[in-house]
Design a protein around this ligand. Structure first.
Ligand code: CDP
Length: 219
């Protein structure tokens, strides 16, 4: 079975996906990590959000080709690392996520993983376009959201350990900007598909969200 989880930034998608994967014995792919990995790789080469895009808002063919080469070499699933969660990497990942050529390569890799999960039991993918583009055939789809202030608080608690400079207001600002960019981009925008089950996690803890999701799956 395939489970698709989409939602806004820091809404609790990953926590739900991990909880379900553990409970059901399924494989889990955090697709945000793919974009974050690419962002970290080019950040290490000296590129930032500001010099990846030119004055006209365009990414050069040379940069797209360089990114495509790195993308082709990715093997899934990727391992997590605290550096992937830093704010400059979040910014850059959302810029990379708007490049159709890169999404096309990642589309194939994500589908291959979902069709042949190592456990052979089932697979859970979380991201922005899982229910709409990557796994439109998934029988179970969730869309997770929460009030921006609550999401910022949760993300702040996660990031505090990683960087001394992190501030809740800049996190809130980042989440709002990233949601807007993700919802309005031309390719695979963030959206709730009609067959997704919506969960507002604003007033719920991780166990409560997991229980609601399990009830829906078993119901
Ligand atoms: O953890 P958080 O919700 O903040 O973000 P993430 O899931 O790690 O994704 C980072 C960025 O990658 C998002 O803001 C999107 O721009 C992009 N992304 C995407 O476009 N499509 C996906 N399936 C997953 C992530």
């Amino acid at each position: 079975m395939k489970i698709a989880i989409d939602g806004t930034a820091a809404s609790g998608k990953g926590t739900l996906a991990k909880g379900l994967a553990k409970k059901l014995g399924y494989d889990y792919l955090d697709t945000g990590l793919l974009y974050r990995r690419l962002a970290l790789d080019i950040y290490k080469k000296g590129l930032t959000k500001f010099n990846l895009i030119n004055e006209r808002g365009i990414i050069s063919n040379a940069n797209i080709n360089m990114l495509a080469d790195i993308t082709l070499n990715l093997t899934l699933p990727l391992s997590d690392h605290p550096d992937l969660r830093k704010q400059e990497i979040s910014h850059l990942s959302a810029v990379i996520a708007s490049i159709p050529e890169i999404r096309e390569i990642l589309f194939k890799k994500q589908r291959m993983f979902a069709n042949k999960p190592p456990s052979k039991a089932g697979v859970i993918l979380d991201g922005r376009d899982i229910g709409s583009v990557i796994l439109p055939e998934a029988k179970i789809k969730f869309f997770i959201d929460a009030k921006p202030e609550i999401r910022a608080k949760r993300r702040y608690a996660e990031l505090k350990g990683l960087s001394a400079e992190v501030q809740e207001e800049t996190i809130l600002d980042d989440l709002i900007k990233r949601d807007k960019a993700d919802r309005t981009r031309h390719v695979a925008p963030l959206k709730q598909v009609p067959d997704a089950f919506f969960i507002d996690s604003s007033a719920l803890n991780a166990d409560e969200v997991l229980q609601i999701a399990l009830n829906y799956i078993n119901g």
